[in-house]
Design a protein around this ligand. Structure first.
Ligand SMILES: *[C@@H]1O[C@H](CO)[C@@H](O)[C@H](O)[C@H]1NC(C)=O
Ligand SMILES: *[C@@H]1O[C@H](CO)[C@@H](O)[C@H](O)[C@H]1NC(C)=O
Ligand SMILES: *[C@@H]1O[C@H](CO)[C@@H](O)[C@H](O)[C@H]1NC(C)=O
Ligand SMILES: *[C@@H]1O[C@H](CO)[C@@H](O)[C@H](O)[C@H]1NC(C)=O
Ligand SMILES: *[C@@H]1O[C@H](CO)[C@@H](O)[C@H](O)[C@H]1NC(C)=O
Ligand SMILES: *[C@@H]1O[C@H](CO)[C@@H](O)[C@H](O)[C@H]1NC(C)=O
Length: 182
């Protein structure tokens, strides 16, 4: 029995989870939906049908969305490439009150991984968040959550690929963001 992932390897990008979500084709709003496992993985990493449960090692509350994505050389996956070639697997259509979200984990200022999804989010006062970035620090660990609303028929707005925490200066609101639907 082949223990390794049997997905087709595509140029520039490997989609590790083959489960395909069929997304409605009508012009609608779209968000990217996938987890990039980070720079420590590349096309020579070995995976055994990895799932989100494997990736987060059963830690609860850690955002993760399949498909799991790894780039050939460990750099941030090319968002245009995903949009062009893997739109059906790697996007979601936000429900009425949902926004597009990107959760990025950093250690010592360097990116560890990133998860893109459709979600509903509230701030620590219980108010719905429709846009903006929020950051939580815990020692050398930083988690950044960014939210936005895509326009109908347009590119997903959660397309950020900023790998270095130092490149963020605009938003610095320490707060707790709760993902309601996960
Ligand atoms: C991995 O996936 C393949 C194809 O879906 C399946 O045949 C195989 O049994 C799976 N292996 C494990 C260890 O789950
Ligand atoms: C990684 O690969 C991408 C495209 O596959 C390329 O654009 C980029 O320059 C490469 N980066 C490094 C550090 O090799
Ligand atoms: C992302 O990185 C953080 C910090 O290292 C880790 O706790 C989390 O499990 C990772 N998430 C995924 C989906 O790999
Ligand atoms: C991984 O990608 C690099 C280019 O980034 C390529 O040179 C190498 O042959 C690839 N390795 C495998 C096992 O596909
Ligand atoms: C901060 O990190 C430490 C060590 O990783 C962990 O034990 C602790 O639970 C974290 N605190 C919060 C509030 O996440
Ligand atoms: C991200 O998407 C927005 C809205 O579609 C667009 O204005 C922006 O140029 C995109 N940024 C990148 C880095 O692709």
């Amino acid at each position: 029995m082949n223990q390794y992932i049997s997905c087709k390897v595509v140029v520039g990008l490997i989609l590790l989870s083959c489960s395909v979500l069929i997304v409605a084709q009508s012009p609608s709003r779209a968000c990217f939906q996938f987890t990039w496992l980070g720079p420590q993985f590349n096309n020579e990493s070995v995976f055994m049908n990895a799932t989100c449960q494997d990736a987060v090692r059963l830690a609860s509350g850690v955002p993760c969305r399949e498909p799991l994505v790894v780039s050939e050389n460990g750099t941030w996956p090319n968002m245009n490439y995903i949009w062009t070639n893997h739109r059906q697997q790697a996007t979601c259509v936000p429900a009425a009150n949902d926004v597009c979200a990107t959760f990025t984990y950093y250690f010592n200022g360097h990116v560890e991984n990133a998860t893109y999804m459709c979600t509903r989010a509230v701030d620590s006062s219980g108010n719905a968040i429709s846009r903006g970035c929020f950051e939580q620090r815990n020692g050398s660990f930083v988690t950044r959550a960014c939210f936005c609303q895509s326009v109908e028929g347009g590119l997903p707005c959660n397309n950020a690929t900023l790998s270095n925490i130092l490149s963020f200066t605009a938003f610095l609101l320490a707060m707790t963001v709760t993902i309601i639907k996960s």
